[in-house]
Design a protein around this ligand. Structure first.
Ligand SMILES: *Cc1c(COP(=O)(O)O)cnc(C)c1O
Length: 422
């Protein structure tokens, strides 16, 4: 075993213990990765991806074959009629707002059935007033919370669906909330229930952080649209920007008309040379997601051994790549994030500090020493500086990097703490 010169004996020992205990979990993660790798490769083969598909187009990009083929590859992976995969979709929030604003019309209502959506969407929806919000376009919303932060509340869902409800929205990952992430299967159960209430309800899934974590995607269980960011799982760490929406053909057309203009839709939008990184990133995505999942499991197993509470615990199956550790002390959140930053490939010499971010009521500290700005499929950590002082860890293009960064974090969190079980 490699002996890290800058990791102390006690932390190294706990790390080895943690890793040994995780072998069955790692095996499960590898089996899922293997199946997803096969699925991705088969879709490349079926669509005859060629070197000529990587050429850079500009301007309108009419008839850009590589772009059209990539969208077919995504549609095949998600088992959907169509997909929209573009560098012009700048991030996950943009992809989600695009999907919702394309599908919803004035007077329609959206029902969130996994509690309040991810923070960055509050202005998109109008939960916080903003120009251009769905609210400004006379689109209203309702929220059904998860029961015990972990299960769909079917009675609450039924009672909140009205004649005006058009979209039922499901967020697969916990994001940065104190709730569980959901399996594709349980999302399928909710979709079937919603359909039994009214056949024509449109189900939209925020799939961020969930791609390739399970054997299936929510679209395999009936979701009408699945939406995500390419600087998370499906970009495999190589896509420099982008988002995707996969789903029903008529809805994808609406999304494309909304992204460009009615009548233009998918026909325009030169890819400016990013296609090769989209394809290659996608080819790596199942394995990269597995590395991130192993890193998250290792975070749980190591910090549990240090006496902290981790969610999911090291004995639970992960349904997204995020690991929550309750540090209970703002100083420990700072130390954790600073140690993760110091073990990054980029900007390791920078010290992150908490700051007031737009949309958050408390200061937030973020460690992100990533090659691609803001990419959280790379090793990263963040935490709002408020009780109970959670830190959220995610990413790891390689497990080895995730493991090392987490040992450094453990080292830093434990320094000067007399009550640690070392
Ligand atoms: C990351 C994320 C988003 C979108 O975030 P961007 O930073 O805009 O890409 C939305 N929902 C969840 C659950 C996420 O993890």
């Amino acid at each position: 075993m490699f002996n890290y010169p800058d990791i102390s004996e006690p932390i190294f020992r706990l790390a080895q213990e943690a890793e040994d205990a995780l072998q069955p979990a790692f095996q499960r993660i590898e089996q899922i990765s293997e199946a997803n790798q096969y699925k991705v490769l088969q879709s490349f083969i079926k669509n005859k991806v060629s070197e000529s598909d990587f050429f850079a187009s500009s301007g309108y990009g009419y008839n850009e074959l590589g772009r059209e083929k990539l969208e077919q590859v995504y549609a095949d992976i998600f088992h959907t009629e169509d997909a929209l995969v573009r560098p012009q979709i700048t991030c996950g929030t943009h992809a989600l707002y695009l999907a919702l604003s394309a599908v919803l019309l004035p007077g329609d209502e959206i029902l969130f059935i996994t509690g309040k959506p991810y923070d960055s969407l509050e202005k998109s929806i109008g939960i916080t007033d903003s120009p251009g919000s769905l609210k400004e376009h006379q689109i209203t919303w309702k929220i059904a919370e998860l029961r015990n932060g972990a299960e769909f509340d079917f009675d609450a869902i039924r009672s909140q669906i009205t004649d005006r409800t058009k979209v039922v929205y499901i967020q697969r990952s916990k994001g940065y909330a104190a709730r569980a992430s959901l399996s594709s299967e349980s999302i399928g159960e909710a979709i079937r229930y919603v359909r039994s209430i009214r056949e024509n309800l449109i189900t939209v899934v925020d799939n961020c952080y969930g791609e390739f974590v399970d054997l299936t995607e929510p679209t395999d269980h009936g979701a009408d649209l699945c939406v995500g960011s390419l600087i998370k799982n499906p970009g495999g760490g190589l896509a420099p920007i982008g988002g995707y929406i996969a789903g029903r053909k008529d809805l994808i057309e609406r999304c494309a008309f909304r992204l460009t203009a009615p009548g233009l839709g998918k026909e325009v939008g030169g890819s400016l040379g990013v296609l090769k990184s989209f394809y290659q990133g996608l080819s790596l995505a199942p394995s990269v997601t597995a590395s991130a999942l192993k890193s998250a499991s290792f975070a749980a197993a190591l910090f549990e051994r240090l006496g902290f509470c981790a969610s999911p615990s090291s004995r639970e199956v992960h349904h997204c790549i995020v690991e929550t550790i309750t540090l209970k002390d703002p100083e420990l959140v700072n130390r954790f994030c600073q140690a993760i930053q110091s073990a990054s490939y980029v900007d390791s010499h920078v010290t992150p500090v908490g700051y007031d971010m737009p949309g958050y009521s408390d200061p937030v500290i973020m460690a992100s020493g990533a090659f691609i700005s803001g990419s959280s499929i790379e090793v990263s950590a963040d935490g709002p500086l408020r009780d109970p002082y959670y830190v959220f860890f995610q990413g790891g293009l390689t497990y080895e990097h995730g493991k090392y960064a987490l040992m450094k974090a453990a080292e830093s969190v434990c320094s000067n703490l007399s009550e640690m079980p070392l």
